[in-house]
Write a protein that binds this ligand. Structure first.
Ligand SMILES: [Ca+2]
Ligand SMILES: [Ca+2]
Length: 392
């Protein structure tokens, strides 16, 4: 309707005088009066200026690039603001600033665009590695497809794409990012300093993986529940169908909190489990994750010990594992991890102890060890087989 009004302006040119240059302080193109909204009257004023029926001082806020003239693109921006509100323009400008600071490798300036109480899936701003990643950014683009404003917060949907100057493949992501993988650029909050990245305010990341132990004589399915957070946590309870409520405990190997729980039988894909997280400050959040897959089978492993080394061979079961992603070989002694090969391609079916020189010890004659081969799928759900072996 407001667009129609503009096409009629030729018949209704009204010069509105007396709106001072003070309105130029408004960020909103076309908001001649500085009240944070653009009205049809204000657009008519801009049209009059463009037709030279009025001085640009009649609507300094319409002259977005301050060149003393009002052009069609400035009128179109004002129309957009009339339709979508001035806040949308502020938010678009915010992402332009984000892009400029990212591509300018301005670490301090980029960090300043995060709210002080930013929190996204358990990560605060110190945990998203901006000082490390920003200098490697070539281009940073964010295409906005929608803005929903609620009070002093905004939920922005769109797509971000980043390219890198160090050969790392380009990355794209969608906002709102509900997976927790991204930094939560789609959640904004208006602070005294302007719009800032706020994150989803979820104070922990909680996720459920499924496991399947296929070791001889010990074939069973289980859940591996994990939480991670930048916030101190006092306790986490994992609960849902088929398992007793299970307390997570601090995970010395991977950090965060972990628990294993075995259902009597695998629950269906999509079954929801909850994580009741009690934070040290007395607050609580309940997060959820669902069963995404069960890996039906693990490779069979055979071990051929030799003089100070061992050869591990396994069957490639990836054709019978939907979304199979990679293998992982681990060797442990009685103290724990001795050697591991991570993220092995599915074409690999053998390895020789310490072929990459990363073992934390040697295989000693007469001692017993454990080897495990694990296959992971696209969700990091997994199945493994373990075997003991004794060195000759
Ligand atoms: Ca106005
Ligand atoms: Ca202009």
């Amino acid at each position: 309707m407001r667009r129609t009004a503009i096409t009629m302006t030729g018949a209704a040119l009204v010069v509105i005088l007396g709106l001072g240059a003070g309105a130029a302080s408004a960020q909103c193109t076309g908001d001649c009066g500085g009240d944070d909204s653009v009205t049809v009257d204000e657009i008519l004023t801009m049209v009059n200026i463009a037709l030279r029926n009025a001085a640009v001082t009649a609507c300094a806020a319409g002259d977005a690039n301050a060149d003393g003239a009002i052009t069609i693109d400035e009128i179109l921006t004002a129309v957009n603001n009339a339709l979508n509100g001035c806040t949308a323009q502020e938010i678009r400008a915010f992402y332009a600033t984000l892009k400029a600071r990212a591509e300018g490798h301005d670490v301090e300036g980029f960090l300043a665009l995060f709210a002080k109480d930013y929190m996204h899936h358990g990560s605060d701003v110190s945990q998203i590695d901006i000082p490390v990643v920003l200098p490697t950014i070539q281009t940073f683009d964010f295409t906005i497809t929608g803005i929903v404003i609620a009070g002093d917060t905004a939920q922005v949907s769109g797509t971000g794409t980043v390219t890198f100057n160090n050969g790392r493949p380009a990355e794209s992501w969608a906002e709102p990012d509900t997976t927790g993988d991204g930094p939560g650029f789609g959640w904004l909050k208006k602070t005294a300093d302007g719009w800032r990245i706020y994150g989803d305010q979820v104070r922990a990341d909680a996720y459920l993986m499924t496991g399947h132990n296929t070791s001889p004589g010990d074939d069973h399915y289980f859940f591996r529940a994990r939480t991670e957070s930048s916030q101190p946590i006092t306790s986490v309870i994992f609960s849902g169908p088929g398992i007793p409520d299970t307390a997570l405990t601090p995970d010395p190997r991977w950090g965060g909190f972990t628990a294993f729980a075995a259902p009597s039988s695998p629950t269906g894909v999509g079954t929801e489990y909850s994580f009741t997280i009690n934070f040290a400050d007395g607050t609580q959040q309940v997060l959820h994750d669902t069963v995404k897959s069960w890996v039906p089978t693990a490779p069979s492993i055979t071990i051929t010990p030799g003089e100070g080394t061992a050869t591990f061979r396994w069957t490639d079961v990836s054709p019978s594992v939907p979304g199979a992603s990679y293998y992982w070989l681990e060797v442990q002694d009685d103290r724990g991890d001795l050697w591991q090969l991570d993220d092995l391609p599915l074409t690999r079916t053998s390895a020789v102890f310490n072929e990459d020189g990363t073992a934390q010890g040697v295989l000693e004659s007469g001692k017993s060890y454990v080897a495990a081969i694990t296959i992971f799928d696209q969700y990091d759900d997994y199945a493994y087989q373990r075997l003991d072996f004794t060195m000759p």
